[in-house]
Ligand binder design. Structure first.
Ligand SMILES: Cc1cc2nc3c(=O)[nH]c(=O)nc-3n(C[C@H](O)[C@H](O)[C@H](O)COP(=O)(O)OP(=O)(O)OC[C@H]3O[C@@H](n4cnc5c(N)ncnc54)[C@H](O)[C@@H]3O)c2cc1C
Length: 412
């Protein structure tokens, strides 16, 4: 089977590359083939937090993410041990939360409606570029393309084939799904549980120190950086989510591994501690884990005839946020590909520079720097200072470098 462009992986980065190509080079639409090893709707371990930049990129593609089942996190708290910054956006939620089986299935259907062919249930085994094209070996035979886009995620086979000896920076991540906070109110005796009009569940005995006005709320997303002084260079999270319409919470812990040289607790310990503080027992729920490959300026992004996008190049190191980032990589790769076909030249020499100069590249570089500051300055006093006392500076940095990058220096 032959195609001009084969995209390996039908997650957000691969689908975004295809959707952007249909936009900026419509004549290539029927020359694109996506190979995806699973069948949609397929499970993907991810908390599903979708920041404003993801929505901006989707809107530019005439896609409305509100068609996908979602819940809104009205406020995001960035805390150290339960106290810190509260962030709200004007006239919109702090961010939306989707489930990846539903989101990726929706995006794949949109790509198919726009003429993209997706072959599901095809696992890529090997990618071999040569002077004239690329051979893709799969469990269903060999495919041949003029160029290949490696969109196969953090552990992808494309990167391992084209950069077999590259050093890889990965974060450890665990995730757990529980019922939402109303379950605590139902479990507590009626005189202990008061659900007030702000959707706040007050259940003092079960919340430990997170009680009274600190009681957790169903419409809030919590990030807590209390594990950093114990050499977990990351945070715990606790988001609202939904599964088949049922309100739930998605919890997890993210560790960049930047402090891997120090003595660290078992990764699930701080997560168990945070859940206990809010009335949940980690042991009652199933834990799932997956690495995230994160962006480092040294990460390689292309060889002649093969481009990498999404986690295959690197997600945000600061939070492990990768959906908006994956959509952004797709836009830039599509531009690079469209120009390469115009010139009939496929070295992709300029791709990394194009990435670095884009709003995406700038935010990734800024986040990489900030990651090294806030996680390497791991002392408790610094974490308290940063998350509890430097609010204007933190908000300025977040506004200038972490969010709204898709509005700057960006194709389309
Ligand atoms: C626990 C956890 C929580 C997260 N939470 C968030 C969050 O809240 N918000 C956020 O923005 N990001 C989050 N992320 C990161 C986010 O999930 C990734 O950054 C994002 O999915 C990257 O998209 P991608 O398209 O590059 O890769 P993926 O989404 O991994 O897609 C890769 C695709 O390639 C397919 N594939 C892989 N190998 C092959 C093969 N050999 N042959 C064919 N197909 C193949 C896979 O089936 C998959 O469909 C989280 C990650 C984890 C692990």
């Amino acid at each position: 089977m032959e195609a001009k462009i084969i995209i390996l992986g039908g997650g957000p980065s691969g689908l975004s590359t295809a959707l952007h190509l249909t936009r900026i080079a419509p004549h290539l639409t029927h020359q694109i083939l996506i190979l995806e090893k699973e069948h949609y709707p397929r499970f993907k371990l991810c908390a599903g937090g979708l920041v404003i930049d993801a929505e901006i990129i989707l809107e530019r593609l005439d896609l409305d993410v509100r068609e996908v089942p979602h819940v809104d996190a009205q406020t995001a708290h960035f805390d150290f041990a339960g106290k810190g910054l509260k962030v709200r956006a004007r006239k919109r939620p702090a961010f939306r939360v989707i489930r990846r089986d539903e989101f990726d299935h929706w995006l794949a259907k949109k790509a198919e409606e726009r003429g993209i062919e997706i072959r599901q249930g095809v696992t890529v085994k090997k990618v071999i570029p040569d002077e004239n094209g690329v051979s893709v070996e799969t469990d269903q035979g060999e495919f041949r393309a003029e160029i290949v886009v490696g969109a196969d995620g953090s552990n992808g086979v494309t990167r391992r084939c084209v950069f077999p000896n590259e050093s890889v920076f990965t974060a450890r991540v665990l995730e757990v799904i529980t019922p939402d906070y109303s379950v605590l109110a139902r479990r507590a005796k009626p005189d202990e549980a008061i659900s007030n009009i702000n959707n706040e569940i007050v259940s003092p005995r079960r919340h430990g120190d997170a009680s009274g006005e600190n009681a957790p709320r169903n419409d809030v997303a919590y990030f807590d950086f209390f594990p950093v002084p114990n050499n977990i260079a990351g945070y715990t999270w606790d988001f609202p989510t939904q599964i088949r319409g049922q309100p739930m919470r998605c919890w997890g812990i993210y560790d960049t591994n930047l402090l891997a040289g120090y003595k660290r607790p078992v990764l699930k310990e701080p997560l168990a501690e945070e859940m206990k503080r809010k009335g949940f027992e980690l042991g009652d729920y199933e834990i799932k884990g997956n690495p995230i490959r994160w962006y480092n300026p040294r990460n390689k992004a292309s060889v002649p005839r093969v481009l990498l996008v999404g986690d295959a190049v690197g997600a945000d190191p600061l939070f492990g946020e990768g959906i908006s980032i994956a959509l952004g990589y797709g836009a830039i790769a599509a531009q690079e590909i469209a120009e390469s076909f115009q010139r009939n030249e496929f070295s992709f020499r300029r791709y990394k520079r194009r990435l670095a100069r884009s709003g995406l590249g700038q935010t990734l570089f800024a986040r990489w720097l900030i990651t090294h500051i806030i996680y390497l300055l791991k002392w408790k006093w610094f974490q308290i200072l940063f998350w509890r006392m430097l609010k204007p500076i933190v908000l300025l940095v977040a506004w200038g470098f972490v969010l709204n990058w898709s509005k700057r220096n960006f194709p389309l």
